[in-house]
Structures are given as C-alpha cells and as structure tokens.
Write a protein that binds this ligand. Structure first.
Ligand code: HEM
Length: 157
C-alpha cells in the first residue's frame, strides 16, 4: 500500500482534517516554532559576524543554540502533522520539496560547524575564523529561504 496513503489514513491525520480547532492550532504551533528557530539562529549568526559585540559569544551562544534546537524539533513535529493531512498533495508540491532540501542544508551546515574546531574555539572566547563567519551567513540565507519556501507552499497548491 502507498505509504503516503497510509499516512493520510492515520487517525491523527483524520482528526486534524475533521476538527476546526486542531489544524489551526498545529499550524500556529508550526509558525511559533519557526519563530523560535529563526529568532535564535539570527541572533547567534549576527553575533558571529560581529553584531552585539559587547555580549560574549561564550555567554550568548549556548542558550541560543538550545532555543534553536527546541525550535527546529518542534517545527519538524508540527510540520509532519501538517503534512499528514494531505501527504500526496504536499509530496508533489515544488515549494514543499524545496523547503525540505533547505531544511536539510540548514541542519548539515549546523552539523559541519559544530564538528569543526573553529566553532569550539569561538565559543571558548577565541577569534572567530572566516569559515565560521561564512557558515553564519550561509545559515541566515538558508533559513530565510526555508521560511519563504514554506509560505510559498500554499500558493502552489
Ligand atoms: C524546520 C524548519 C521549517 C520551517 C522554517 C518551515 C516553514 C514553514 C512556513 C513559513 C510555513 C507557512 C506557514 C503559514 O503561513 O501557515 C510552513 C507551512 C507548512 N510546513 Fe513547514 N517549516 C519547517 C519544517 C517543516 C517540516 C519538517 C514539514 C513536514 C515534514 C513541514 C510541513 C509544512 C506544511 C505541510 C505546511 C502547510 C502548508 C500550507 O498548506 O500552507 N514544515 N512551514
């Protein structure tokens, strides 16, 4: 049986389609979680490229990384619930597919940054290397593009 069809018949997906309150609540939660994610990431990336210079990265970094992690986790869960309502339609929606690619690129960028020595040194109060700054600029461009692609989904429906 088609896995997308199976997902569409999932009782939670059926409840989201039936209830007038549940879908808007999950959609609002998706937007809130994106706000947490983008708000934390932008503040951190701007600090990395030199803004908010009086706030040490060693102090600002850890809580913002945690907020971004919670935001992305909640966005993935609420996004999956929204997806489950009409999986076959979304799976062929170019904006949705572009968004998934951008989310993967954004998460890969974070992973590569965190595995690198440069980020650890910057968090410990050392100099911020050009590579770390480039990763921060790439991060802002990727997540803004993911938000634009997310909003675009409904216009290609
Ligand atoms: C983690 C990063 C994510 C970002 C930045 C993001 C961004 C967005 C944005 C901006 C919207 C439009 C919200 C609105 O105006 O109502 C949206 C809607 C949506 N997102 Fe996400 N999203 C993310 C993750 C996901 C994931 C992982 C999925 C699915 C697996 C997903 C599925 C959806 C669906 C189905 C909609 C509703 C589209 C519609 O019919 O309007 N999202 N997303």
């Amino acid at each position: 049986m088609d896995p997308l069809q199976l997902l569409a018949e999932w009782p939670v997906a059926a409840a989201l389609r039936r209830s007038e309150l549940l879908y808007p609540t999950v959609n609002a939660a998706h937007i809130l979680s994106i706000g947490m994610l983008v708000g934390a990431i932008f503040t951190l990336d701007l600090r990395v490229i030199g803004a908010f210079g009086r706030a040490p990265l060693a102090v600002l970094g850890p809580p913002l990384v945690q907020m971004a992690a919670v935001g992305v986790g909640l966005a993935l869960v609420t996004g999956f619930l929204l997806f489950s309502v009409r999986p076959s339609a979304y799976a062929t929606n170019p904006a949705f597919l572009i968004k998934l690619g951008l989310i993967a690129a954004g998460l890969l960028n974070v992973l590569l940054l965190r595995l690198g020595e440069g980020w650890r040194r910057a968090l410990a109060g050392g100099p911020v290397t050009a590579l770390v700054r480039m990763a921060a600029i790439a991060s802002m461009l990727i997540w803004v593009s993911a938000v634009l692609a997310g909003r675009w989904i409904a216009f290609l429906d």
